[in-house]
Each structure stands twice: as structure tokens, then as C-alpha cells.
Design a protein around this ligand. Structure first.
Ligand code: CA
Length: 219
């Protein structure tokens, strides 16, 4: 999953980014509202964490532009140092999905991000099932029947993403955009390798290939 963090306090941004990356998220950071809005227009993020008090274009303005008709339906978690109820109400009324008041607990932030992503994918349960395979998205563990299956972080990320979007054909481009990123060569065959590993570990029929289109886990 790929997240955008819009936060002008660099030390806080560093801490949040590290906590999210340790949970397996890919995180892009924008230090102000302009940059955040630009990035949000370029990439289809799985969720955006948006600070309200930003220099220049503030978080309210970013939010209202994100929520203009025709915008991408990305979930937004608002981060605010302001304690006031009116700011939280204004954020929610502008289209934020949830909020956290600073200072917040990192575990709570991670739980809220996971919940937002589940809700936006219309999968309210933290456990995803694919045939006899069960994915626990909180513990980040996978079982086939009763047996635990050992996956690498990148194999897990691919399985979770496809399962969260079960029923949709997910293109290779989208897989790179959401999971693997620029550090890997888009023209390399790493996705094929991860898919082959998942089939070997979980069963050949767990992921379907749609030639020329992408990959599918059946709903
Ligand atoms: Ca700030």
C-alpha cells in the first residue's frame, strides 16, 4: 500500500514515516500543501495523512481541492495539533474520513490507517479470505487451512493488495505504483517472480493471470 504523508514538521514526518514503513507501507512525503496536492494528483494513493496546519496552502484547502467533483476517491486521515472541536468538524465536513489529534499514539495511527484502507476497499473485516487462504492484515500473517505460510514482506504486500481488491484485474503498472516502486525496474520480471512464489506457497489457482491485463484474485 502506498501512502502520502503531508506534514511540514520534518522530525514528526520522519517518525511517522518510519513507523508506517515498518508496517510495510510505502510512504511518500510532502512538506507543504502545494507539494501534497501535486503528488496526490500524480499517484493513486491508498490513503493520505494530512496535517491541517501547513505553511502556504493549509490542510483545509488541500482537502477541499482533493474533494472537488471528479477527484480520486482517496481516504484522508487528518492530523491536527489543534484541539478545537470546530477544526475537526470542519475537516470532516470537507471530506476527511477520520482525524487524529496530536500528540497521538503511533499504534493508534497505524490502526486508523489500516481501518481507513479496509473501509475504502469495502472490506470491513481485518481478515481476508481467498479460498482456504486466510490473511490477517493486522498481524500480517497468512495461513493455508490451519498451516501458517511464510511469506517475504513483498510477497505479503502483493497478496494483501490483490486480496483487498479481489474481483478486480490489477495491472502490473498499478502493482508497481502501489507496492514496489521506483527502486525496482518496471520492465523487470519481479512481479512474475513474486506471483510464482505465491502460487508455489499457496496453490496454483490462488492468483489468475489475465494476459496483457494483469492479475486477479477472484472475489
Ligand atoms: Ca504543521
Amino acid at each position: 500500500m502506498r501512502l502520502l504523508l503531508v506534514e511540514d514538521e520534518s522530525e514528526l514526518a520522519r517518525v511517522l514515516r518510519q513507523a508506517l514503513e515498518e508496517e510495510g507501507f510505502r510512504v511518500d512525503w510532502a512538506a507543504d500543501g502545494e507539494e501534497g496536492l501535486f503528488k496526490a494528483g500524480e499517484v493513486g494513493y491508498d490513503a493520505i495523512l494530512l496535517d491541517l496546519m501547513l505553511p502556504g496552502l493549509d490542510g483545509f484547502e488541500v482537502l477541499s481541492r482533493l474533494r472537488e467533483p471528479g477527484g480520486r476517491p482517496v481516504p484522508v486521515l487528518v492530523l491536527t495539533a489543534r484541539d478545537g472541536v470546530p477544526d475537526r468538524v470542519r475537516g470532516l465536513d470537507l471530506g476527511a474520513d477520520d482525524y487524529l489529534v496530536k500528540p497521538f499514539d503511533l499504534d493508534e495511527m497505524l490502526a486508523r490507517v489500516r481501518a481507513l484502507i479496509r473501509r475504502s476497499a469495502d472490506r470491513p473485516s481485518p481478515r481476508l479470505s481467498v479460498g482456504d487462504v486466510t490473511i490477517d492484515t493486522v498481524a500480517r500473517t497468512v495461513h493455508k487451512g490451519e498451516a501458517p505460510v511464510d511469506l517475504t514482506a513483498k510477497e505479503y504486500a502483493l497478496l494483501e493488495y490483490l486480496a483487498l481488491h479481489a474481483g478486480e484485474v490489477v495491472t502490473r503498472t498499478r502493482i508497481y505504483e502501489h507496492i514496489y516502486g521506483e527502486e525496482e525496474d518496471t520492465f523487470s520480471n519481479v512481479v512474475n517472480v513474486y506471483v510464482a512464489n505465491l502460487r508455489r506457497k499457496l496453490g496454483a489457482d490462488v492468483i489468475e493471470t489475465r494476459r496483457g491485463h494483469g492479475y486477479l484474485i477472484r472475489a
